[in-house]
Every structure is written in C-alpha cells, then in structure tokens.
Design a protein around this ligand. Sequence first.
Ligand code: DAK
Length: 259
Amino acid sequence: MSLQFIKVNTQAEKFIALIELNRPKELNALNRELMLEIRDTLRLLDDDENVRTIILTGGEKVFAAGADIKQMANATAIDMLNIDQFSTWDQIKKTKKPIIAAVSGFALGGGCELAMTCDMIVASETARFGQPEIRIGTMPGAGGTQRLTRAVGKTVAMEMVLSGRFLTATEALQYGLVNRVVPAELLIDEALKLAREIAAKSPVAVKLAKEAVNAAFNNTLDEGLLFERKNFYLTFASEDQKEGMAAFVEKRTPDFKGK
Ligand code: DAK
C-alpha cells in the first residue's frame, strides 16, 4: 500500500508498529485521505500476527491540528453526510489491538479526538489538548463532547468545548486525560516502554480485556460485569492462559503465542 500522509514502521521493535502522521507543513491536519490511510493501515496491522501493540504519533511541534479546515470550509451538511467520515473513525475504534497515542505539541479538534480514540495517551511536556472548533463556528464531531467528557468530567469538558481553551500536559494528567507526561525527547521511548509491557502479555487476553474495558462506556454496570465475565471465561480457552499460569507455578517468564 503506498502511503502519502502517514509513515508506518513495523520493524522498529518486535511486536510493535509505529504509525507517524506525516503532513508537517499543514501541522498534520487530518484530511480525508490521511484518515483513510490510518483506517487501512489499522486494518492491516490488526490482522498481522507479528504486531501486538500500535503506537500512533505526530511530530514534535504538533500531534495533529485537527480536521483539515480548508477541505471542510465550503462543505454543505449533505456533503458531510455523503462523505461519511465517521465510518473511517469507527474503524479506529474497532481495532482490537491496543493503540497508544504519543502526543507532542498541539492535539486540537480532530487531533485531540484522534488521541482520545486511542486506548492510552503518553504526552510530552509540550503537549496541548483542545477542542477549538467553537472558535471557527462549529463544534466537535468525532467524540470531543463524549470521550472528553468521560475522561475529564463535565465541568472541564464544558469549558474546553465552549470556550476553546487548551489544556497543558500537566492539566491533562491531573484531569485523567493522559497516562503520563514525559520530556519531549523521551516521548517515543516512553510509548515504546508501555507498548513493550503490553506486547509481552497474552495477545488473546489483551484483546479481550480491551474489549471489556471499552464495554464500561456503553453498558450498565450489570451488563458490563456480565460482558467481563464472559471474556474472562473465554481466556480459559486459550493456550496463553495455560502457559501464563504454568509459568507462574514454574517460576519462569511466560512465552505467549496469541493462541
Ligand atoms: N486545517 C488545515 N490547515 C491547517 C490546520 C487545520 N486544522 N491547522 C493549521 N493549518 C495550516 C495553516 O493554515 C498554515 O498553512 P499555510 O498558511 O502555511 O498554508 C499551516 O498549517 C501552519 O499553521 P499556522 O501558521 O496557523 O501555525 P501556528 O504555529 O501559528 O499555529 C495552531 C498553530 C495549531 C494554533 C493553528 O494552526 C490553529 O489554530 N490551527 C487550527 C486548529 C483548529 O481549529 N482545529 C480544529 C479544526 S476542526 C469529523 C471528524 C473530525 C472533525 C470534524 C468532523 N467527522 C468524522 C465528520 C474535526 C474537526 C476539527 O478538528
């Protein structure tokens, strides 16, 4: 697959794939073509048994400055409906393997939403998170009123969405939007460290556990607990569960195969 707006590296480290947004002059503005490249790449990586964890990153100055305003500026509501960009975003959400966003600089609008669609966020000290759509006469359209509110709570989300105020990395950490904040030069190392930790676990259990955590957002507690229980039972159908528990008993490191 030839890629124009992103770079993909599956060789940097065993079991880890790195996707880098690559539209630096436009501050990684998320045009439709870039989003399609992300969608298609994630589909491929999700099917690739040599990949267990995915890192999504941007540049040092900017993770992504949002959807491409120039591409959207003259669109009608019906254009937006027909283009149906949501199906592209839905594919990101459907990815079974964990995705870590490594964010440096601006993550704004669709950029913030893209980071929040990932499963975890490692941020550099320079990261800035915002939903500034209100400044250009619109509002978030890809989760900025929903995922952000669940992450940081109503009052902070309301301020960000209605005033366009950005959060610093420290604030994002304080409000629970990101997992950790590190110096910019350590961002990828830190994301790799987290990815490595996850990639060393059973890929079967990781997928089932990710699904169960996500179920907490869409279900009542009882439904979520039932979903969790079924996935827990399912791990006992895997060789990895036998290997993991045998390794514990034998006091050795488990060798998970994803079977
Ligand atoms: N789109 C297009 N071009 C952008 C851009 C963007 N979002 N952000 C920056 N650029 C371009 C600038 O126009 C400029 O291009 P040239 O003038 O050089 O041709 C170049 O990148 C450098 O930008 P600046 O000169 O502005 O750089 P500064 O360092 O001065 O400022 C900034 C950086 C990030 C603060 C500023 O560029 C900025 O405010 N950018 C816009 C941020 C923003 O409003 N983002 C929200 C966009 S709306 C949906 C999914 C998602 C969305 C909607 C629907 N569906 C699934 C349907 C999301 C919507 C949005 O994100």
